[in-house]
Ligand binder design. Sequence first.
Ligand code: ADP
Length: 361
Amino acid sequence: MAILPSDGSAAQPAPPPRVVQPEPRREDQGELSLRPRNLQEYLGQAELKQSLAVTIAAALQRGDPLDHLLFYGPPGLGKTTLSMLIAAEMKTQIRITSAPALERPRDIAGLLLSLQAGDILFIDEIHRLNRVTEEMLYPAMEDFMLDITIGKGQAARLKRLPLKRFTLIGATTRAGAISAPLRARFGLVERLRFYNELEMQQILLQSAKLLEIQLAPEGAQAMGRRARGTPRVANRLLKRVRDFAQVQGKTEITAEVAEQALDLLQVDRFGLDPTDRLLLETIIRNYQGGPVGIDTLAAAISEDSTTIEEVYEPFLMQTGFLQRTSRGRVVTPQAYTHLGFEPPSTGLALDQLPLFEAGLD
Ligand code: ADP
């Protein structure tokens, strides 16, 4: 007998787990062992690393803490890892938290008061801070002062407490969702990019070494192509492919083994999984390739519109399969071809052309 929820409505089936999901999953718990331990092991993001190296060296020379830093970019690209490495380079402690854990004013107050001089406070998903917490951060970031209200009602009074000079590192998948006053208080705002194929191959080879997996360079290349430019996805695919190779009695992951395993996982040669394909196919079949509004699309594929915007779209835009236009989402001719459809003969109508670049925010 089916168990219905108490309101009597039919239970929604849980969405199938995505092997290419860029956010952390339970199976990534071993991630710690794969985390680069120094900036040399942190591959790719060359320009960003270079500019950070200069900032770190200058701060160390002056004996000052680093300026507050904001990292933005899709999940799994290494924002947390990079922040941990910055702390190691600065030889300071890092406290890691995320906006949803800072619900009450006393959460952020307690954290700020516990920081030592030079410490780094890392706040993930900083765009999700509530207004009160965010406003408490302003004087803390600017003047290293904490304003707290003591007592209630008429007896309430404001007290200013001095804080140690700390560095705030904020991370977000949605730079555009950060309020202007908060954004203005960061000395540095840096974007993390998707990794290219060569970088992905190097990351996979490095992870394979740490996990003592025999991975041929061509195997790493084959996997790197399908790992969506995202190290977290690459590491997860590596573990899945290792299991496949083991069951098949193979001692080394060659390109052929990797491709067989990824076919089995339904990750195609561009790294698209069934959900990505469903999204693109829905636009092609139901909306003649678009434009279609995000909410309509979300309802059509039973997915949350924020997840579509933050997780699916950045990668689909990066691969050139999807474009955001002022009138909605549009599938490109490349997507038609990749999914086995005939591209529209006239190409995109003029009014469907993207009006702005596929930005992350
Ligand atoms: P984010 O904070 O952006 O979601 P993380 O910093 O948690 O991403 O990175 C996820 C995992 O990906 C890390 O545990 C690490 O193993 C791997 N990783 C991320 N960036 C790199 C990199 N540049 N080089 C090697 N491995 C990386």
